[in-house]
Design a protein around this ligand. Sequence first.
Ligand code: IMP
Ligand code: MG
Length: 177
Amino acid sequence: MIKDIERVLLSQEEIQAKVAEIGKQITRDFEDQDPIFIGVLKGCFIFMADLMRNVDISCSMDFMAVSSYSGTSSTGAVKINKDLNQDIADRHLILVEDILDSGVTLNYLKNYLQVRRPASVHVATLLDKPARRKADIYADYSCFEVPDAFVVGYGLDYNERYRNLPYIGILKPEVYS
Ligand code: IMP
Ligand code: MG
């Protein structure tokens, strides 16, 4: 697997330290607000699991599944494959994403959920690629800014592979060319 990785961008240790810090920040900001963390599957699964163990407040969790991507370029279309199982009216929501790239997915999701009148909607992302932003959206909590390269690992995939890597790496261009 490592043979497909050009270089490690973020080590396991770096990620763990930063995720713990963001978890503590969310703990301070949402004390007594009983937020619902909404993971955007599948990319969020490792980040969310680590983040939640660093959030020390009363909260609940739910998941949505969306698809907007095929290979390395966005199709621009967002499809809801799995919706929430609970009422979110008057609740504080924290959307948990693996990466904020063009922002099209998260922008769509945020608007989609606002219709149900939650008390607030915040965004926590592991990675932010601001150079590629198309939609007018930003992350309230972001662990790392990354350059405009296709990255995999720690939940992020290329055609469903590499999600299990414990670090974030840049894929060799020949892998997807
Ligand atoms: P956006 O709608 O362009 O912001 O991107 C939505 C989704 O594209 C993310 O949640 C990821 O699943 C995927 N994505 C974007 N950039 C990358 C990348 O560099 N590596 C892996 N997946 C990516
Ligand atoms: Mg993906």
